[in-house]
Write a protein that binds this ligand. Structure first.
Ligand SMILES: Cc1ncc(COP(=O)(O)O)c(C=O)c1O
Length: 415
């Protein structure tokens, strides 16, 4: 079998019997035109094929590159202890869970991980979901129907936006961080209310004012879901995330969503909160009920990650030192970054072609930094999204700064 660069295997496909479907189906014509439009607008996305484990030195499409674009902030995706736990878990429980949690897919590995995660974040209970995307959908659809209202920051992650849509509730969006506007909106609506927010905003790296959001939720009888995909493991003295950063815990009206595929280096997600809330999600969250449970081996690997997150606080210290080094260097170069103290650092370049050109110029110098374009970010906000890991050395951060200094100066002020 020959795998072509686009991932297809034409020789095999061509040999299959052809039932004579017309090649000029109108649906095919429509998507062809849409693809052409994306290309013309520099919005066409292509996948890079990673040939090594995740890390800071990777081989992508046959080229060795220094990467500043994973979410593996604590360097655990390829940690020997996590891999060993994964392997042991597979030997003990097999490769797959074989069923959904409510049938027979919920193993002792899942059960133990849920208890350990709840203890870690200071919640009564935690519930595993297969992905963060599904967890967001599950919470919003379980708590609200078309009679309720969702309130969300305009820069929320796509999965929160989709969660609001799928719930069927009325959606009220407020400008990024405009909590005065949120307060006004909360005051005008009755029925069930749910505020959705990123803890650390995934494309800008800034931190939501969760203390004020929690107070508003309390005052207006709303739930608050903090999606801490990028804060968990990274923020707070113990790595418990954005809530810890603000001295809060996941208890009503606050719910925490943590993802496990980023700082924890594995895969999956969980929601943590009051015991009754978790019991309710088990009964009502369709993305929990109607899907296969994570492989138990992934739960075992995550248990190992959790131990490391708790025991090796130096990882956060080193990570913070690299972030500070980068920000000081960028200031010296006159590059204006968005205001962020987290591993996500955004250099705004304006239009999509400028961001693509900058990303390509870095790649030519052996550095991998993705161009992030609309619709992932607002129009005019195309950017380089630079992310840091504890595995970056100080020298590697300097190398990045040297390469950024050589980029043609376009626009680099905050959007
Ligand atoms: C803020 C945020 N929430 C949710 C998700 C989705 O999590 P998962 O990858 O586990 O589906 C992501 C990214 O993947 C994210 O950045």
């Amino acid at each position: 079998m020959v795998i072509l660069p686009d991932g297809s295997t034409w020789r095999q496909v061509k040999a299959m019997p052809d039932k004579g479907q017309p090649a000029t189906h109108p649906g095919v014509q429509r998507i062809r035109e849409e693809l052409q439009r994306l290309r013309a607008q520099h919005l066409y996305r292509t996948r890079r094929v990673l040939e090594t484990p995740q890390g800071v030195e990777v081989r992508v499409d046959g080229k060795n590159l220094l990467s500043f674009c994973s979410n593996d902030y604590l360097g655990l995706a390829n940690d020997a202890r996590v891999i060993a736990a994964f392997r042991d878990g597979a030997e003990r429980y097999g490769a797959g869970s074989g069923a959904s949690h409510l049938v027979t897919g919920h193993s002792v590995a899942h059960h133990a991980l849920e208890a350990e995660l709840a203890a870690f974040v200071g919640a009564e209970r935690a519930l595993l979901f297969s992905t963060g995307y599904m967890a967001n959908l599950g919470v919003a659809t379980a708590l609200l129907d078309r009679h309720g209202t969702v309130f969300e920051d305009k820069l929320n992650h796509a999965s929160l936006i989709d969660a609001a849509r799928l719930s069927g509730a009325q959606v009220q969006r407020y400008a990024h961080g405009d909590l005065a506007r949120l307060e006004a909106l909360l005051g005008t609506s009755g029925n069930a209310k749910l505020i959705l927010t990123d803890g650390v905003f995934s494309m800008d790296g800034d931190v939501a004012d969760v203390a004020r959001l929690a107070a508003l939720a309390q005052q207006h009888g709303a739930w608050l879901l903090v999606d801490d995909a990028h804060g968990l493991g990274v923020l707070g003295a113990h790595g418990r995330g954005t809530l810890e950063h603000f001295g809060l815990r996941p208890q009503a009206p606050v719910m925490l969503l943590g993802t496990l595929g980023k700082a924890f280096g594995t895969f999956g997600a969980f929601v943590a909160g009051d015991a009754e809330l978790i019991e309710y999600l088990i009964q009502q969250a369709r993305t929990y009920i109607y899907t296969t449970a994570l492989p138990p081996a992934v739960a075992e690997a995550t248990r190992a990650s959790l131990r490391i997150v708790q025991e090796e606080g130096w990882r956060r210290d080193v990570l913070n030192a690299r972030i500070a080094q980068f920000r000081a260097g960028a200031t010296r170069l006159g590059l204006t970054l968005l205001d962020s103290a987290t591993p996500i650092q955004a250099l705004i370049l304006g239009e999509a072609p400028a961001a693509v050109a900058a990303s390509e110029a870095l790649r030519a110098r052996g550095i991998l930094v993705p161009a992030i374009r609309p619709p992932t970010v607002p129009a005019g906000g195309a950017r380089l999204r630079i992310t840091f890991s504890v595995q970056h050395t100080a020298q590697q951060v300097e190398r990045l700064l040297e390469a950024l200094a050589l980029l043609p100066r376009t626009r680099s002020e905050p959007a």
